[in-house]
Design a protein around this ligand. Structure first.
Ligand code: 6PG
Length: 222
């Protein structure tokens, strides 16, 4: 049952995101979509591929990335290329968040330069959430969390004991530069984490809280 619910959820989210892009593309030349990685987005990506859009005018980037080569199994760029940049959506412009630098600290300035010319504010930012309340790579156990929550820089290099690889993340400020925000989560555990997040206000405890004060369309299925 939950598989069917999750597929239907993914389709509904894809239709909402596609409509957001169409609205913005009716008044501007290009539109930007910011997506998250992990496992939850895959059915959403596949449903979005099936949506009719002028994909050559759509820009796609990531909310965050693991600092691994794009061919690595954990790469979010690989996930996007395999599941979203397919069919008509292959015509979209994808901006990855990794460079040839050995570390995200060495590559973050180049990534910031890549992000600058995109069609900000994004038409949509689609966030995921971990069971620790992280979103993008804003992790409660990261020493860079305070910086990522407060800086005006577009991207931050992040390390967290809970994560096997160094990461790069869009800052909270940059993730807020969007006309619409969506949260895509599934399962009872994440529902309970979201309920806890809504009941408190300490961003460092549950960083998803940084996005609960702006309008956030929550797409949740069992
Ligand atoms: C990442 C994501 C991250 C993700 C959550 C949920 O790079 O992992 O951007 O923020 O949204 O970790 O991941 P799942 O969908 O796999 O539960």
């Amino acid at each position: 049952m939950s598989e069917l619910c999750r597929e239907r959820l993914a389709t509904q989210l894809a239709e909402s995101v596609a409509e957001a892009l169409r609205q913005d593309l009716s008044r501007q030349e290009r539109a930007l979509l910011v997506v998250s990685g992990g496992s939850t987005p895959v059915p959403f990506f596949r449903a979005l591929v099936a949506c009719e859009l002028p994909w050559s005018r759509v820009e796609v980037t990531l909310a965050d990335e693991r600092w691994v080569p794009e061919e690595h199994a954990d790469s979010n760029a690989r996930l996007v290329r395999e599941h979203l940049l397919q069919g008509g959506a292959a015509e979209a412009t994808f901006v990855a968040l990794t460079t040839g630098a050995a570390t995200p600290e060495q590559g973050v300035d180049e990534v910031a330069e890549r992000l600058a010319p995109l069609a900000w504010p994004a038409s949509a930012v689609v966030l995921g959430m971990g069971n620790d309340g992280h979103t993008a790579s804003l992790f409660p156990d990261s020493q860079e969390l305070s910086l990522a929550l407060s800086t005006a820089e577009p991207a931050v290099a992040v390390r967290a004991p809970s994560q096997p690889q160094p990461r790069i993340t869009l800052s909270a400020d940059r993730l807020h530069r969007a006309r619409r925000h969506f949260l895509h989560i599934t399962g009872g555990d994440k529902r309970d984490v979201l309920a806890r997040a809504l009941a408190g206000d300490d961003l460092r405890e549950l960083p998803i809280r940084a996005f609960l004060s702006c309008p956030l369309a929550t797409y949740w299925a069992p």
